[in-house]
Design a protein around this ligand. Structure first.
Ligand code: HEC
Length: 124
């Protein structure tokens, strides 16, 4: 039996976070935020490292509006990275209630994910 693309994506996320610890990811079933609100939050909380409109910043944060990245990354994966951060990197957790400097609510993270999704590749 062939493994589905969804399972494969889940597996990739799982393996990526393998070394970290056993975190039970709590992700909204449907990620349908408000991209306009998300843009404001992004500019406040993420732009410093990830650049204008997700273009990325050298030595600070990888590009998020990269078409290849967006093609192979699900909303849930983006949500998880934003909410829980990446261990041992400057990418800290954003989810309120977790230790982190950004302290966003679940809906706010969904707004940001919807904004990132809405960025057109060549938009500045
Ligand atoms: C202090 C700098 C910094 C800030 C602020 C920051 N990030 Fe990051 N982010 C990083 C770095 C560095 C990485 C790469 C981590 C790694 O090596 O895995 C990253 C990774 C990510 C990833 C995973 C990218 C991938 O390749 O899978 C996402 C998604 C992300 N950040 C979203 C956000 C969002 C949304 C915000 C705002 C709420 C934010 N980040 C704020 C530095 C930052």
């Amino acid at each position: 039996e062939r493994i589905s693309e969804k399972d494969l994506n889940n597996l990739v996320v799982f393996i990526r976070d393998w070394q970290t610890e056993e975190i039970k990811f709590d992700v909204p079933e449907v990620i349908a935020g408000d991209p306009t609100a998300g843009e404001k939050l992004y500019n406040l909380k993420c732009l410093n490292c990830h650049g204008e409109a997700g273009a990325g910043r050298l030595k600070m944060g990888p590009a998020l509006s990269n078409p290849e990245y967006l093609k192979y990354t699900s909303d849930k994966q983006i949500w998880i990275s934003a909410a829980y951060g990446r261990e041992n990197t400057s990418m800290g957790s954003s989810l309120k209630g977790l230790e982190g400097v950004r302290q966003l609510k679940e809906e706010e993270i969904s707004d940001i994910v919807s904004y990132i999704r809405s960025i057109k590749p060549n938009e500045k």
